[in-house]
Design a protein around this ligand. Structure first.
Ligand SMILES: *[C@@H]1O[C@H](CO)[C@@H](O)[C@H](O)[C@H]1NC(C)=O
Length: 394
């Protein structure tokens, strides 16, 4: 009994005599592995360091020789203690994941033997954050809108979406992956139905981690991509016209003059939607027409201008057309020239722009022309809307 108590006491006293302490450090940083012997009356012969799970010394310090590396010199370890002061502290810099371990600092005393302490080194790895636009295109099915990632962090990072007023229109799904090196990747994907309603909404991905001094906020504007929706030609002044559409990304505009419209592959299936813009483009009368982006301007009014003009709006996702029929009634008299909503008239009465084509005599006539089917007017890939728009404008 007495023996047990004395053993216990001696252990307790020894534990108190070497001061260490657990350390937490961020990957790549520098830390001190503290180790100091206090109240020693015996002579210190050697200070040695071990790293679990190894049980042999990787470093010994003797009063005469100073620090000595036993398994090769790792320059990242530096003895910053002082043998005479019974201070065995080390500094470890450029910390790697593999440095995370329990270190043992041992003082060898004469005559009492070894006293030691353990220092646990905890590693923090800040996540590498990123946000990816999944480029959703307009639709009615739920798709992933954006993905927020906090990669290879330790401990695992928390990834959240702040979606503000979007509420239940979007929902996040989280996925966590553990890596062999002890780090964790957290991915949060935001799902929602890609409607125009959620387009341009600002959301935020917030990443929090014990390895970062403060949370990281990644703002993201939801982008729903779509091809030009409706192309309209608006009159901007007496002699200039602007092509307008809604598209994401912004559409590029091309004005051209058609000698006839593109006929479908099978003429007897001459439906409206089968026409895809001008079949052949006439050269624009350079001296009398100026095109600047979406705007078409007539510089002087002559019958040279007469014809069918096409505005094509296009982006990465598609293209749409709208047409304008120009008819200058006489000479160069600005007051006399008119732009007819002739095309619209034709649409209303079921006579296609093909009519125009025949009139100019530049298009081949097909026998189907006499059939009722061609009454559908070749003005665009998505007819109805555009016809209406054109009607309004002209
Ligand atoms: C840990 O592993 C992951 C996955 O292999 C890797 O991306 C990451 O860079 C590693 N981290 C460190 C600090 O080596």
């Amino acid at each position: 009994m007495l023996l047990l108590v004395s053993t216990f006491l001696s252990t307790a006293i020894e534990a108190l005599r070497v001061i260490g302490g657990d350390m937490t450090v961020v990957l790549g940083g520098t830390t001190i592995l503290p180790c100091k012997l206090i109240d020693a009356e015996d002579t210190v012969i050697q200070i040695s360091w071990q790293k679990e799970p190894q049980t042999d010394n990787f470093l010994t310090i003797l009063s005469a020789t100073g620090p000595l590396f036993l398994n090769g010199h790792d320059k990242r370890f530096q003895f910053i203690g002082n043998f005479a002061d019974n201070n065995g502290s080390l500094q470890l810099s450029n910390i790697k994941l593999t440095d995370e371990a329990t270190y043992t600092c041992i003082f060898t005393l004469f005559p009492s033997g070894n006293v030691q302490t353990e220092i646990h080194l905890n590693l923090l790895v800040p996540p590498v954050t990123s946000l990816k636009d999944n480029r959703p295109t307009l639709g009615t099915e739920e798709v992933s809108l954006a993905t927020c990632m906090a990669a290879a962090s330790k401990p695992p990072a928390k990834v959240q979406w702040l979606t503000g007023t979007l509420g239940e229109k979007v929902r996040p799904t989280n996925n966590v992956t553990q890596h062999a090196n002890g780090t964790t990747t957290t991915v949060s994907t935001l799902f929602g139905v890609p409607t125009r309603e959620i387009n341009h909404h600002l959301v935020k991905c917030v990443v929090t981690s014990a390895a970062m001094s403060k949370e990281e906020s990644l703002p993201f504007t939801i982008q729903i991509y779509f091809s030009p929706i409706e192309v309209t030609i608006s009159k901007r002044s007496e002699d200039s016209f602007e092509c307008v559409t809604e598209a994401n990304p912004k559409a590029a505009f091309t004005w051209s003059r058609c000698s006839c419209l593109n006929e479908p592959d099978k003429p007897n299936k001459a439906t409206f939607s089968s026409y895809q813009g001008c079949l052949s483009e006439q050269s624009m009368p350079q001296s009398t027409v100026r095109v600047e982006g979406a705007t078409l301007q007539f510089l002087s009014m002559t019958s040279d201008l007469n014809g069918l003009y096409q505005c094509e709006a296009s982006n990465l996702y598609g293209r749409k057309h709208s047409y304008m029929y120009v008819h200058v009634t006489s000479g160069a008299c600005p007051a006399c020239w008119t732009l007819f909503g002739l095309l619209l008239f034709m649409i209303a009465f079921g006579v296609a722009a093909l009519w125009y084509s025949y009139k100019t005599g530049k298009c081949l006539r097909t026998e189907e022309d006499t059939r009722g089917e061609r009454s559908k007017v070749p003005t665009s890939g998505s007819p109805e809307e555009e016809e209406e728009e054109a009607a309004a404008d002209l």
